[in-house]
Design a binder for this molecule. Structure first.
Ligand code: HPA
Ligand code: ZN
Length: 326
């Protein structure tokens, strides 16, 4: 369609994408066979049929299970490269990807294996596709502070490859304040700080991310709109929100894409961006998120350009690069 062609032609960065969430069922089977791992599914169709979620936890349970096929550096490299190919096909030119080391180290996969494989994929993507990328290490918020600190310790030899830290996994019951000290320690190491907040959690969690963690971006942030004072604060600070429309639909944060707050966010003056979150699980990569949302809520061409520009101004690229690459 004309809309698709227009959006594909806009240079875009993706700022909210969990690399483990880009594991397509086909690659999951391939890696399971390669590594001698048994999956509880027999066919690709059976896996896709299981991807009917009613909330975040529903999804996380199956997402952590899927990640169990990732064992070697080659697996992580293949995973990353497959994602970068999809991004390039969508007209994406830069990505800041999340990875969840604890999901792997808790199964006996070394931190080095994960990061070495991902970095190999990133370097090959830059060489062969011209797509640049950065890594954001996410702490699993359902685990404790000590585990996050242990993970930060493992990251120390690799800080030149890591742009920032984030918080993901089960939000409700695990407020940002739980990780205040480890996030400060990460900042002291020169890392950027982001956090999922306001996906399912209340506005109070977004306030904590802003006031206690002093985040550089908010991941999701949808529920911030329930609090006018908080919304005004995010507008005033120019805080980038990494919004994930198809994820919100699949995890039932909105009942219909037509109800999605993305257009409202832009009208309020929030620095919203469009992202895919876990594209293999939520049924759409970056371009699909732009196009389906644009059709559902009626985004203008100007608004689409603004979203694409916000993805670079909200990125962790050097200031000069942000303006050169839009
Ligand atoms: N929210 C929280 N944790 C996650 C998500 C998400 O959308 N995707 C992968 N881990
Ligand atoms: Zn996410």
């Amino acid at each position: 369609t004309a809309l698709e062609t227009f959006v594909r032609g806009l240079p875009k960065a993706e700022l909210h994408m969990h690399i483990e969430g880009s594991l397509e069922p086909e690659l999951m089977f391939e890696l399971a066979a390669r590594n001698g791992v048994t999956l509880p599914f027999k066919t690709v169709d059976e896996i896709r049929a299981a991807y009917a979620f009613s909330n975040l936890q529903d999804f996380l349970d199956i997402y952590y299970q899927g990640a169990g096929v990732l064992l070697t550096a080659a697996d992580f490299k293949d995973l990353a490269l497959a994602y970068f190919r999809r991004l390039a096909a969508d007209g994406g030119t830069h990505a800041e990807i999340f990875f969840d080391p604890q999901t792997h180290t808790d199964r006996g996969v070394a931190f080095e294996t994960v990061i070495d494989g991902l970095v190999q994929g990133m370097e090959e993507a830059e060489r062969t596709l011209g797509v640049t990328s950065k890594l954001i290490l996410c702490f699993l918020r359902h685990l404790d502070e000590a585990s996050a600190f242990a993970t930060l310790e493992q990251a120390k030899p690799h800080l030149s490859r890591i742009a920032g830290v984030g918080l993901d996994s089960s939000e409700v019951g695990h407020p940002p304040a739980k990780f205040a000290r480890v996030m400060q320690a990460a900042r002291d190491l020169g890392l950027k700080v982001v956090a999922h907040a306001g996906e399912e959690g209340p506005p109070a969690y977004v306030w904590e991310a802003v006031d206690i963690l002093a985040v550089d971006r908010i991941d999701h942030g949808n529920r911030a709109l329930e609090d006018d004072c908080l919304t005004a604060r995010l507008v005033q600070d120019g805080t980038t929100l990494t919004v994930c429309p198809l994820s919100n639909l699949k995890l039932c944060g909105v009942s219909d894409l037509k109800e999605h707050p993305l257009k409202r966010m832009l009208k309020l003056g929030l620095k919203a961006t469009v992202n895919s979150d876990d594209p293999a699980y939520f049924g759409g990569y970056l371009l699909e998120n732009y196009v389906q949302t644009a059709e559902a809520v009626g985004l203008t061409r100007d608004e689409l350009v603004t979203l694409a520009k916000n993805s670079f101004t909200g990125s962790f690229l050097e200031e000069a690069e942000k303006t050169e690459r839009v």
